[in-house]
Design a protein around this ligand. Structure first.
Ligand SMILES: Nc1nc2c(ncn2[C@@H]2O[C@H](COP(=O)(O)O[C@H]3[C@@H](O)[C@H](n4cnc5c(=O)[nH]c(N)nc54)O[C@@H]3COP(=O)(O)O)[C@@H](O)[C@H]2O)c(=O)[nH]1
Length: 710
């Protein structure tokens, strides 16, 4: 027979306190849930363990304070062991919650399993906690309210998980505000479960609490509140600090990653097309060759050179040319298989590497496909462009060691070009003759740059009217250890092709400056003209390098003239204009070499800050016999004078040529008639010539003299 139940009343302050603790614990729990998602697995694990203890303690204290809020008409106390077990249950619930929160996605099954496990844990904690009140007679339970409290526990857990996953994408104050709202909702849900659970318990009026002598006392609730609040606050502080540090570390890692990929992009990518550059391509070839050796497979290298790109660049301008190259890069990329690599290795040159090249028929089909896609018309900046390409193919291992593969593919490409372009050719040994020589020359050239095997020779220019020397042109020679003195015609193109012209050109500039300084020291104020190749002209720091050499040798910049061929000056008008501006700003003079072989426009010439035109040797040679050549030279001289430019005729070999040029008012003359290029020592003697040594550096050439040959 059941006895009458006592009316349970609650201390409202403690109820309110239990709500605050529940909300605080929820707020901290939401913070901790983010920490267990740390990238660093060991940090995540540490937060899971520590977080479960703290969060469990927080929830448990709420429950404990809630139990203490009940006022019963008899003394109560809590069984030590059972109370400790209820704490263990709270920690276990927290571990489940944090574990589920650690997943990157909340699936239905995770939500269901997680909330059921958490609900079960909360109920276990609560009812174990209730069981720590050892009552006689026992507590009379209202099973309906128990079921409701269990439902609230499961629902509150589900809501907590959902809220956490929803909050994850928020940042800053929005995140903090919503976290607070969510914590209050969760606090209310936890209290709802707890007090429903409490309402399910009925105590007989004649009950005695057998554990009254164990955990008890009025200040116990306060003690638990203070202890758990301190614990929660410390955890909250640590977690916030960790989040900040991790945020900073993540930002640092992200910016390091970005800087790294930017560096990679610069180092290994062609800036214009974004394709791999020569460096990256060589690296891929090395790896591919390794695989071929290991697996006994083969690979193909296709060298693709555009037919007709230069006229497009010249007529439509550099910007359209760039767009065309980008489009070609894109078209080639679309033809790639996952293991292929395509790179841009020169102005209009691309190379494609195909691993596991099955047979030559398949490769030929591929080459034809590349030609077809490149030949498709394109419209760039309103200009219709139609190009084609020549493709040279070299296979590994059949076409030789991999160091020579690109040169062989290149040679095959030239062979395809020679037969009219828009076609492909497989490498054949007879194509190799020139290639091998170029490779050897390139190798020797690298050593020569290190060993300084070069010399500058100087050829005078004389005034057509007075025959006074007006300056000299510096011409480089290579004293090859076995082949003797080599002409720049042989090695300058190789230096340009293999990227060595920068180093060689810098040496020439430095040596010419040194010689100007040496002549100055001897009392000879000699003007020296230096040739610049296209690659040098496109070096951003060219003006800086020249300035540095001028400063180092302490010479007057006006004594230096830089000669750039007309076709190079025309190739990229905008950047040429810019570079000429930069060079004239440092005080050096500029001259257009081989004039008449390119297609300069008058307006362009006016904008270029040049002071001199050099008429190409081919016109000079025809002067004696061709009226046309005379007419052209006369027109060029007239035009140059109108523009305020000095005219130099190069390649003057006969007295008759000299006389015609003098009659046409050409300013200066240069050629074998006066002297061949010579060493600086010979040049000094030649200059001093008939005059008493050291009296004057001006050699008055009344008649042509036999020239010292090199
Ligand atoms: N980028 C650089 N180019 C350079 C440098 N040094 C030379 N060069 C270029 O190499 C080309 C060949 O030069 P070189 O063999 O020295 O021939 C020069 C003269 O020897 C030759 N010349 C001079 N007078 C006559 C002549 O009466 N007849 C004749 N058949 N040849 C003659 O002409 C060359 C000079 O030409 P140019 O430069 O156009 O004034 C040549 O293109 C050089 O420019 C270098 O350091 N860097």
């Amino acid at each position: 027979m059941q006895s009458a139940l006592v009316d349970i009343s609650y201390n409202q302050w403690l109820v309110a306190l239990s709500f605050v603790i529940a909300s605080f614990a929820s707020y901290v729990a939401l913070n901790l849930a983010k920490r267990v998602r740390s990238q660093d697995k060991s940090i995540a694990r540490a937060w899971l363990v520590g977080g479960s203890v703290v969060m469990g303690t927080g929830i448990w204290s709420m429950h404990f304070i809630g139990m203490s809020a009940v006022s019963l008409p008899f003394a109560v106390g809590f069984d030590y062991i059972i109370t400790a077990l209820s704490w263990v249950a709270a920690v276990a619930v927290s571990a489940v919650a944090l574990y589920v929160a650690g997943y990157s996605q909340l699936t239905i099954s995770r939500l269901t399993m997680g909330s059921l496990a958490m609900g079960a844990g909360i109920c276990t904690m609560h009812y174990t906690g209730m069981a720590s009140l050892d009552m006689a007679p026992g507590i009379q339970w209202d099973w309906f309210l128990i079921a409701v409290s269990a439902a609230i526990a499961v629902t509150a857990s589900a809501v907590a998980l959902l809220i956490f996953f929803m909050l994850r994408d928020l940042t800053g104050s929005a995140e903090r505000n919503w976290q607070l709202v969510a914590a209050l909702v969760m606090g209310a849900a936890i209290c709802g479960m707890h007090y429903t659970g409490m309402a399910a318990a009925g105590f007989s009026a004649n009950s005695v609490c057998l554990s009254a002598d164990q955990l008890s006392g009025d200040s116990l609730g306060l003690l638990v509140t203070v202890a758990s609040s301190i614990l929660l606050s410390i955890t909250m502080f640590t977690s916030t600090l960790d989040a900040r540090m991790q945020g900073k570390a993540e930002k640092l890692t992200a910016s390091l990653k970005a800087a790294n990929s930017e560096l990679q992009q610069i180092a290994f990518r062609d800036a214009l097309t974004g394709l791999p550059n020569r460096l990256l391509f060589d690296d891929r070839v090395n790896s591919a060759v390794e695989r071929c050796r290991r697996d006994g497979t083969s690979l193909a290298m296709l060298f693709i050179d555009l037919d007709g790109f230069k006229p497009v660049n010249d007529s439509f301008g550099h910007r359209v040319g760039d767009e065309v190259l980008r489009e070609i890069g894109r078209r080639l990329s679309l033809q790639l298989r996952a293991t292929d690599t395509v790179a841009r290795v020169g102005g209009d040159e691309f190379v494609l590497l195909r691993e596991g090249a099955a047979d030559s028929t398949a490769i030929a089909q591929m080459a034809q496909r590349l030609i077809d896609v490149i030949s498709e018309p394109m419209t760039e900046s309103g200009h219709d462009v139609r190009l084609s390409c020549s493709v040279g193919i070299a296979l590994y291992p059949s076409d030789g060691p991999h160091e020579e593969l690109m040169a062989h593919a290149d040679a095959a490409m030239y062979s395809a070009k020679r037969t009219g372009g828009s076609g492909y050719a497989f490498f054949e040994p007879h194509m190799n003759a020139g290639v091998r020589q170029q490779i050897e020359l390139q190798r020797d050239l690298r050593l020569a740059i290190e060993r300084r095997e070069f010399e500058l020779h100087y050829q005078p220019k004389v005034n057509a009217g007075t025959s006074l020397i007006t300056g000299v042109e510096a011409l480089v020679r290579w004293r090859h250890p076995t082949r003797g003195m080599l002409s720049p015609v042989l090695f300058i193109p190789v230096a340009e092709r293999f990227g060595l012209i920068g180093a060689l050109g810098s040496w020439v500039i430095d040596e010419a400056c040194r010689q100007v300084a040496a002549w100055s020291a001897q009392g000879m104020r000699m003007r020296v003209a230096i040739n610049l190749s296209v690659h040098q002209l496109r070096q951003d720091d060219l003006a800086k390098r020249i300035s540095a050499a001028i400063a180092q040798h302490k010479i007057d910049p006006v004594l230096l003239t830089f000669e750039i061929t007309e076709s190079v000056a025309m190739e990229d008008a905008e950047s040429t204009l810019q570079m000429f501006e930069d060079l004239s700003r440092i005080g050096v003079k500029l001259s257009i070499d081989d004039f008449g072989t390119g297609y300069s426009s008058l307006s362009y010439l006016r904008r270029l800050r040049v002071g001199e035109l050099k008429i190409d040797r081919s016109f000079v040679q025809d002067l004696e016999f061709s009226a046309d050549a005379r007419a052209i030279v006369e027109a060029v001289i007239g035009l140059a004078h109108v523009l305020g430019l000095k005219v130099v005729a190069e390649g003057v070999e006969t007295a008759a040529q000299r006389d015609v040029l003098t009659r046409l008012h050409c300013d200066d003359l240069q050629g074998y008639l006066f002297a061949k290029p010579m060493t600086p020592e010979m040049m000094t003697k030649w200059v001093e010539g008939d005059d008493a040594p050291g009296t004057s550096w001006l050699a008055k050439l009344a008649t042509t003299r036999p020239s010292p040959l090199t």
